[in-house]
Write a protein that binds this ligand. Structure first.
Ligand code: TIU
Length: 223
């Protein structure tokens, strides 16, 4: 048994390494490249690119430790059968999930834009979960997979801070998992919402979880 202590706010955590998993959320071309879903929603995708190198460093460290690593991808099958009408019709026709774009159909599984960017591509054997919603537990086997590995603690990385990462932290908290967000390994289309989400997570003594960064995790893994 190996415990690690990670400097974090509102206070440090000491976690069993074998009970800690790394979640890499939705690092897909559709969110990070200027021709995909994120851009179609009116966002500057360049704001997300700063998270790539820190995630690479954390992935390398986690893999070296044999940590349980799970990647997620937001998207829908080609028939959009699991896409709620509310998610489909909230934006004007031509700017919708399933519409054709430069990277294929927007947010559709198997299309080029749906793929995880090469820089943080899953290794063979790592789990990749397709999810139709923002929260990574919704209509995925994530809960069962974590419990099967006796995972209690989640390190949260990926995009975007205030949407899929935030939704996943809130869901993890209700399901009895600890969640710690590595703030340089998550990014938002809005620096203000990034900061506000992290502030909400750590408020009230850590009401939803903790916030730390990649340097603190690497220091904890290699004291
Ligand atoms: N729009 C936005 O910020 N994010 C999403 O729609 N999905 C994820 O965060 N993955």
């Amino acid at each position: 048994m190996t415990e690690i202590t990670i400097t974090a706010r509102p206070h440090p955590v000491t976690w069993e390494l074998a009970a800690t998993a790394l979640l890499v959320i939705d690092m897909q071309k559709d969110f990070l490249y200027p021709e995909g879903y994120g851009a179609l929603l009116g966002n500057d995708t360049g704001l997300l690119l700063g998270a790539v190198a820190p995630i690479q460093a954390v992935l390398a460290a986690a893999r070296a430790q044999g940590m349980f690593v799970i990647h997620t991808r937001e998207g829908h099958p080609p028939d959009l059968s699991d896409c709620p009408p509310t998610k489909l019709t909230r934006w004007p026709a031509g700017n919708r999930i399933g519409d054709p774009g430069p990277m294929g159909r927007i947010l559709v599984q198997g299309e080029p834009g749906h793929a995880i960017i090469d820089e943080v591509a899953p290794f063979p054997g790592e789990i990749v979960l397709d999810k139709p919603g923002k929260n990574s537990f919704y209509r995925t086997p994530l809960d069962e997979l974590l419990r099967a590995q006796a995972i209690e603690n989640l390190l949260i990385t990926g995009v975007t801070t205030d949407v899929c990462c935030f939704a996943t932290v809130i869901a993890a908290n209700d399901r009895g998992f600890n969640a710690l967000v590595l703030e340089d390994c998550v990014a938002s289309y809005s620096p203000e919402r990034h900061t506000a989400s992290l502030e909400t997570i750590t408020a009230q003594g850590g009401i939803f979880g903790w916030v730390s960064d990649s340097a603190a995790l690497l220091a904890a893994l290699h004291p």
